[in-house]
Design a protein around this ligand. Structure first.
Ligand SMILES: [Zn+2]
Length: 719
């Protein structure tokens, strides 16, 4: 078989889908549709229904998390707003593409790429794409045994069907992405077909039945969709948990069905949710019952609190409170709608009657919801199947989408949605775990049932330990308890979405991914987290989940400790301010702070506990020498400040300069260990361990144990 091999280079690339807004779900390589688009631009013509197969691999030098300006047009203010959004950007990207097509088409593609008709770009990139190679290559299918396995030298998309033929060594199962592929139709409006492919990082070893080109590059050609399945007469309504938002909605539905006594496993298949038509029709009612299930107490309590009983509205107490944050001004939450205002002022005596009234208002809301449609001929973005009857806007999911009338997003065309998927999104609020103004959701891209189970772990309230350790960690723990092989797979695929409401209709959305390194660090070290710093455990989690350095964390903590006075009036309630405040409440530095250094080094894949301990003990020994006479004792504090300043500035020379002076002061030579170990890579690790040692108290183990328990008590009181 002959393929066309193409090598492309671009200095930067960002590959996203419409839900990538706020930095969530970007692709590690361009999706198929992006490359297909580039090929047709090179040929200078439009796609005309031809099918061909394509394989995408690539490599990049680094990923930057950077801010880009997204432009939004504000219709009310009639001006173009710029909105900074954090996105991962691939830097120095090389792509290795293989294309298989009929000879005629292949020739056309070859000529097009050799002499492109227009300047080629990849979406999101600021720079043009350079075509580095266009070459015909012979490809063969070969059976590779486990002993002779081959190592991927590029990151690769491997379509799902390859997994039956190829085995992968130890590195897990890859990360599943749903990727846009060909257009389904050539005329407007265009709709994509989608392909499920696993992303495997370079370095993965593979064996089995593999297609190789003449230079031994493996080729993973994606099969275009053959024919569309006829689903019209089916008795099921299908939903597809292909992104975190739809997955949270599906989890919400599963919770509602579980509450109604349904055997939910029957309705889930990989990442799709298949509801029998009859069950689908009952869903609005079941949802109302779910929201009202423990309403007695809440209704009575808030009725007692209401001074003007005629203003008491049980609908708002139950429904609006549950749905308000996510669906502002929707048919279910707009408090001015007549079927919502009409329950105002009802008597609370017969609680069942009140609940029925709320339920019937909810059902009227559903009817009104169904009547709100927009003329469109597009296919729904979420199910890729039914005809869209609306576009998503702020009422569909307020934290993510803007109102189409006031603010139009310039990056994406309006996202079309069918009525079924639109209603389903109202279940997202049941899918998220809610606590103190924050919402949390755990998502495993290709397993809806496991996603459901993990989210149940979030909402279990049995263990008191959980509050202490943080909800996220409880999920990680649960996963680690699963059989070993499965747990490494789940941990690599899992990610968390946290939504923090910061205003009426504005929210911060964070997402974090558990990398294999992080999983390994958690597994090895989490039990050693300092007990006296429980109060900032969630700040610690924020740092590690978002990939911020724990040396920055340590710097804030030590700054709080050393400069208690200068932070006396610190009022901010930011994450960083809370860490500084925790530093202020520490009474002495204990060796348990080395935990943060050890943790960071496991994350950096450099385990050098020996160096850390030696630097700590060198610090402590120097302190002892300084304390031997009053003259040098006074110099300890300024020395600490200078050393801390040196690490903040990452100025190794200044650090060493001060270190030499410090040892001269006590007439000692600088320990040889520093000459050997203090290089650029180890600088933060050794410097922080030394500073902690230099300021730590010498105490016996028993004293430390007592100190820790009392410390804990004190912190709780002052909090
Ligand atoms: Zn749909």
């Amino acid at each position: 078989m002959e393929c066309l091999r193409v090598k492309l280079y671009t200095p930067t690339g960002i590959f996203k889908n419409p839900l990538s807004i706020k930095g969530i779900e970007v692709y590690p390589l361009p999706p198929y549709s992006t490359i297909i688009g580039l090929i047709y631009r090179a040929m200078g013509r439009k796609w005309n229904g031809e099918y061909f197969q394509i394989s995408i691999q690539g490599d990049y030098q680094a990923i930057y998390r950077d801010y880009v300006w997204f432009k939004k047009y504000d219709f009310k203010k009639k001006k173009l707003d710029k909105l900074p959004l954090q996105v991962p950007i691939l830097y120095n990207l090389w792509l290795l593409i293989h294309i298989k097509a009929s000879e005629e088409l292949l020739k056309e593609i070859e000529n097009g790429l050799k002499e492109p008709r227009e300047l080629l770009f990849l979406s999101g990139g600021e720079y043009p794409v350079k075509v580095e190679e266009v070459k015909r290559v012979k490809c063969f299918e070969k059976f590779i045994s486990e002993e002779d396995n081959i190592t991927l030298s590029y990151h690769a998309y491997i379509p799902k069907e390859f997994k039956e033929r190829i085995s992968f060594s130890s590195t897990g199962e890859g990360i599943l992405f749903s990727l846009s592929h060909f257009y389904k139709n050539s005329q407007k409006p265009k709709t994509y077909s989608w392909i499920d492919a696993y992303y495997f990082p370079k370095g993965t070893e593979i064996y089995g039945s593999i297609i190789l080109d003449e230079d031994n590059h493996p080729v993973f050609l994606a099969q275009p969709e053959v024919a569309e399945l006829k689903r019209a007469e089916e008795e099921y309504v299908r939903f597809y948990a292909g992104n975190w938002l739809m997955a949270s909605a599906c989890v919400g539905v599963l919770k509602v069905l579980e509450n109604a006594g349904e055997d939910i496993e029957r309705y889930v298949e990989e990442k799709s949710l298949n509801l029998p038509k009859e069950l689908w029709q009952r869903l609005p009612e079941l949802y109302a019952e779910y929201l009202l299930k423990d309403a007695q107490h809440t209704l009575r309590a808030s009725y007692e609190k209401e001074k003007d009983k005629s203003k008491f509205n049980p609908y708002n107490v139950i429904i609006l409170r549950s749905l308000g944050d996510f669906y502002k001004n929707s048919p279910f939450t707009n408090p001015t709608l007549s079927y919502i205002t009409k329950v105002k002022g009802v008597s609370i005596e017969n609680i069942n009657q009140v609940k029925n009234q709320v339920k019937s208002s909810f059902m009227e809301g559903y009817k009104y919801f169904l009547s709100k449609t927009v003329e469109t001929s597009q296919t729904c973005f979420f199910c890729h199947e039914r005809q869209a009857k609306n576009y998503v806007d702020a009422t569909t999911f307020t934290p993510l989408f803007a109102s189409l009338e006031t603010v139009r997003n310039f990056i994406w065309d309006p996202i079309p949605i069918c009525k079924e998927c639109e209603f389903l999104l109202y279940f997202a609020s049941a899918g998220f775990y809610r606590s103190a103004g924050k919402y949390l959701f755990v998502y495993i891209p290709d397993d809806l049932l496991e996603t459901y189970r993990l989210n149940l772990v979030l909402s279990t309230k049995e263990e008191i330990e959980q509050e202490k350790l943080g909800k996220v960690l409880s999920v990680v723990r649960y996963v680690l308890d699963l059989e070993k092989q499965k747990s490494s797979w789940v941990l690599q695929n899992i990610y968390f979405v946290e939504i923090e409401m910061v205003g009426d209709a504005t929210a911060n959305i964070y997402s974090f991914h558990i990398s294999p390194n992080l999983a390994s660090a958690i597994r090895k070290l989490i039990d050693k987290y300092p007990k006296n710093l429980q109060d900032i455990f969630s700040e610690f989690l924020f740092y590690i989940y978002t990939g911020r350095s724990l040396y920055e964390f340590l710097f804030l903590l030590l700054s709080g400790f050393f400069r208690k006075e200068s932070y006396e009036n610190l009022k901010d309630n930011t994450i960083d301010a809370r860490i500084i405040r925790a530093g202020r409440t520490m009474r002495y530095l204990s060796p348990n702070l080395l935990f943060f250094i050890n943790f960071q080094e496991v994350l950096n894949m450099k385990e050098q506990k020996d160096y850390i301990d030696r630097a700590f003990w060198a610090g402590r020994a120097l302190k002892k020498l300084y304390n031997e006479n009053e003259r040098t004792q006074k110099k300890l504090e300024p020395l600490t400040y200078r050393l801390l300043e040196a690490v903040r500035r990452k100025d190794k020379e200044y650090f060493i300069h001060n270190l030499i002076r410090a040892y001269l002061e006590v007439e000692k030579e600088i320990p040889y260990f520093f000459k050997e170990a203090l290089d650029d890579k180890n600088f933060s690790m050794i410097a922080y361990a030394f500073i902690i040692g230099l300021n730590s108290e010498e105490k016996t183990k028993a004293e430390e144990a007592i100190e820790e328990t009392t410390n804990e008590g004190e912190i709780t009181e002052s909090a």
